[in-house]
Structures are given as structure tokens and as C-alpha cells.
Design a protein around this ligand. Structure first.
Ligand code: ZN
Length: 375
């Protein structure tokens, strides 16, 4: 996707300030004490962001006196918390690791083929009906002698007999190179796309476990778009090849089955998850934005922040503009954090260690609750 512009948001600055000033340990003097205080502060900040800092947990964190104790306690808490969540965060992480381990997965690559095999097996085992929407595009770097690239959107249908349907989607190709890396020497290196390319896929893999039991008048199609960024040169090469093809096909055929709404998942695994309302989504699919954020508020997932921050050009544009499917982009564009100037986006730093099982489970949980509440 491409960042278009940023809308200033101060709510996070206020939250951060409140959290830090509310956190003892700042007065400590020795290096060791300072280190412990930092570990404690980081855990408290993270738990606050994730909406799970109970008074009991806070009290326990204040009582622990070494970094090891604090980290062990946090690990135990994380594991226990993951057990309670309705979406399996460990499965998200497993699938994320599995696709990232393949390496680069750009359109037409051997890595993409391997990924399709892994995902095909995963979704089929859970009862999904897997189809491929195949098409061909001009290779942006045809000078290499390869004129075209074979593309495939992967479509996984659940309850295919239901005529009113929901679209849950993500791109599953990775950018050919980490061309935004701060080190110019790495910009033609390896890009594995954990958060950008892997995370949406991973969340859909975990949501798939819920699909057979999904009792509703709505059916669900999960669509993994190819060619979101078969881009070597941002000012020359077209984006959104897969979603544009999908949207055109949908608009061109008279449909017995109709999509009533859609959610696009992109960059949803960041350990420091903060998802603001994306500006184009608010403009083109305001009802879905309102429903999804109300759901997050109801179940207590504060990582979905109720204000706008970024305007992003992503796969949801062709879905809204060509297919007329009201679709929002759930995206955390501040990777790792709005408080930091650096970004891992399109760099060699976009790796699984920056991602979190809880973040992915939280996003999946919001989507699942939203689905269940649809009327
Ligand atoms: Zn990208």
C-alpha cells in the first residue's frame, strides 16, 4: 500500500503521558534500578494499550523487583491471556512463521507457489472451498526477458450456498525488495514481509477455524490478493493488481451472490498495535468503520483508536470504487509506533520478532465479533 497523508492525533500522546506519569520507578537512581523500572514501564504501557492492566496485575508488577521476575510474570500472563481469547493467537503466530520462513513471496515467485500450497492445505482441512482466480499481467521489469507474470487471487469460500456474503481479505504477495530500508546498501536485499504481507494472512488462517460454526444468514469469502505490490518503482508500476482484477470481474458479471461489506487486513501484527481509522475507509465505508470500532469498544480492544490518522491507498480502493463493496482497511501504519520516527515498513526490519500473537488475536477477535453481530 501507499501512504497518502497523515492526520495529527494527540490521543496517544495523552495516553502515553498519563501512563508514564502514573508509573512509579522514575525516581530510581542506579543503573540496575533504572533497568528494572524500564522493564516495568514497558510492560505496564503494553498492558494498558491492550486493555488488560487490572489492578491486581498492576499491584503484582509493582511488587516484583528484578527484570527477570517481571519478564517471567509477563510471559505467564501473556500465555494465560492467549488461552482466554476466542481467536487463537498462537495459531496466527505459527502461520506467520510458516509463511515468512519461505522467504520472499512476490507475485509469480517460487515462494508464492509454496505459500499457496501451505495455505490451500490449511483452509481445505478446515472445510473451506479453495479457488484460484488466475490472470496474467505485464512484468514491470520485462527487460529481464520475462514479459508476463502469472497471478492468482486465492478465494476461500465458507457456506457457499448463502447468497448475502462478507468479504474478508488481505494481500499475500510481498514487495520484491525492501526499498525503503534506511541503509541504501540493503535496498536490493531480502524482504520477507512479516507484518506487510504475512499478518493479514495469519489472522485469516485463525479466523478460518471459526467459519464452520458461523451461524448467520451471511456467508464469508476470504480473498487473498496477489499483486498488491509488484512494484519495483513506486512512481511507475501499478499497485493493487489482484484486487483490481477481482473488483472488475465482480462488477462485470451479474451476481446471484452479493457482498454486503468487506474488511481488508494489512499490517495488523505489530507488537505495538495502534489502529487508527483510515481516512478513505471513513469516506467510502463509514457504516462499516462505525460498526467495527463500536465492536472493538464493546469487547474491550483499545488498540482500535477512534480517530483518523492516515490516508492510505490500498486494496480497498478498487473494491469500493469498482466493485462498490463497502470495504474498510484495518491497518496500523505506524510500524513500530507513532512515537518513533523510524519505520520498519518496506525494510529488512519487517520480521516476525516485531509481531505479536496478542495483536493478531485481538484483530481477529474484533472481526469475529463484528461478523456475529451483522444483521
Ligand atoms: Zn507494502
Amino acid at each position: 500500500m501507499r501512504k497518502f497523508k497523515e492526520v495529527l492525533s494527540w490521543s496517544l500522546v495523552i495516553l502515553l503521558f498519563a501512563t508514564l506519569t502514573g508509573c512509579p520507578g522514575v525516581e530510581q537512581t542506579t543503573d540496575a534500578d533504572e533497568g528494572v523500572a524500564n522493564v516495568r514501564r514497558t510492560i505496564i504501557l503494553q498492558y494498558t494499550r491492550q486493555g488488560r492492566l487490572t489492578p491486581a496485575v498492576r499491584e503484582r508488577l509493582m511488587a516484583l523487583t528484578t527484570s527477570d521476575e517481571l519478564q517471567d510474570y509477563a510471559k505467564q500472563q501473556d500465555e494465560a491471556y492467549l488461552d482466554q481469547l476466542p481467536i487463537d493467537g498462537r495459531l496466527c503466530m505459527e502461520m506467520l512463521n510458516e509463511v515468512v520462513r519461505i522467504g520472499p513471496r512476490w507475485s509469480g515467485s517460487v515462494g508464492m507457489l509454496k505459500q499457496q500450497q501451505i495455505l490451500d492445505k490449511h483452509f481445505s482441512n478446515l472445510g473451506g472451498k479453495v479457488e484460484y482466480q488466475r490472470f496474467r499481467v505485464r512484468n514491470p521489469i520485462s527487460k529481464q526477458g520475462v514479459e508476463t507474470v502469472d497471478m492468482a487471487n486465492m478465494i476461500i469460500r465458507w457456506h457457499p450456498q448463502r447468497t448475502r456474503r462478507i468479504l474478508l481479505c488481505a494481500h499475500y504477495d510481498t514487495r520484491p525488495f525492501p526499498d525503503n530500508d534506511p541503509d541504501p546498501g540493503k535496498r536490493r536485499g531480502v524482504f520477507v514481509g512479516a507484518n506487510d504481507g504475512g499478518s493479514g494472512v495469519a489472522v485469516l488462517c485463525a479466523l478460518a477455524e471459526k467459519m464452520e460454526e458461523f451461524e448467520s444468514e451471511f456467508g464469508v469469502d476470504m480473498v487473498l490478493f496477489d499483486g498488491e505490490e509488484l512494484v519495483y518503482n513506486s512512481s511507475r508500476d501499478p499497485f493493487f493488481l489482484g484486487s483490481t482484477h477481482f473488483a472488475r470481474e465482480y462488477a462485470a458479471t451479474s451476481q446471484r451472490q452479493k457482498y454486503v461489506a468487506g474488511i481488508l487486513l494489512d499490517m495488523v501484527a505489530d507488537a505495538d498495535l495502534q489502529i487508527y481509522q483510515e481516512v478513505n475507509s471513513r469516506r467510502m465505508a463509514p457504516r462499516v468503520v462505525q460498526q467495527v470500532w463500536a465492536t472493538a469498544k464493546r469487547i474491550g480492544v483499545p488498540e482500535l483508536r477512534p480517530s483518523a490518522r492516515h490516508e492510505v491507498r490500498d486494496d480497498h480502493l478498487p473494491l469500493n470504487e469498482i466493485a462498490k463493496i463497502p470495504t474498510i482497511d484495518l491497518i496500523d501504519f505506524d510500524y513500530p509506533s507513532p512515537q518513533k520516527r523510524e519505520t520498519y515498513w518496506h525494510t529488512t526490519e519487517d520480521t516476525v520478532d516485531k509481531c505479536s500473537a496478542i495483536s493478531m488475536a485481538h484483530v481477529g477477535w474484533v472481526v469475529w465479533e463484528w461478523l456475529k453481530g451483522l444483521k
